[in-house]
Design a protein around this ligand. Sequence first.
Ligand code: SF4
Length: 250
Amino acid sequence: MAHKIEWTEQTWNPSAGCTKISLGCKNCYAETMAIRLQAMGVEGYENGFTFNTVPSRLNDPFKRKKPTVYFVNSMSDIFHKDMPEEYLNKIFDVIKETPHHTYQILTKRADRMFQYLSQREIPKNIWLGVTVDNKKEGLPRIDKLRQLKASVLFLSVEPLLEDLGRINFENIDWVIVGGESGNRARSMEKSWVLNIKQQCEEKDIAFFFKQWGTLGADKVKRNKKQNGKILDGKIWQQYPEIIEQQYAIF
Ligand code: SF4
């Protein structure tokens, strides 16, 4: 599926739809897209944003010979409570059987991710991440993530909704930060971003500043093209060493 996510190559959506569980979900992009895809009659969106598996897409990675970095479920959450364990096993089987691809798995359901993956060997071609939108809901997800052993552990701090204070980055390899997009976007303070960047620098962790979002640092609404990526006069798009060494695409 075509996408606009800078830190991946392709999206793979073996499930579709989701349920809001966190403050960051308020203006969910996938929900808006799902309504449009429903109107267009796209498979998987017959019931709008209601979670469902899409078995016809399960084997898509087998069809692609070129080694590819896939973002798994850009339109859903792989660890959603309605994801059947049997189907989850099938997704992980596809991942294991296509070692030439890399899979970025990002979730807000860190408890289920931990419950499922802590009992299994995690294939080397998986990068695991959690979303951190605020302190109360986001920070505890990092505690679950850091206990798992994957090639790359990353945080998607987007949309950043408040100052996160001191963050325990133990075992974390990569931090991506961004503001919210869309008509109802909430603003992000520069000091919140700099706080995270400074802590990444202290711990030598790769820091990737994705965007300010619809409301820039000045809180003035702008269009997508003007949606800035400059933080303190620079573009910050760092990747962990393992990614820089192995992936020429970034
Ligand atoms: S978890 Fe992600 S996909 Fe699901 S509702 Fe929240 S923002 Fe949307």
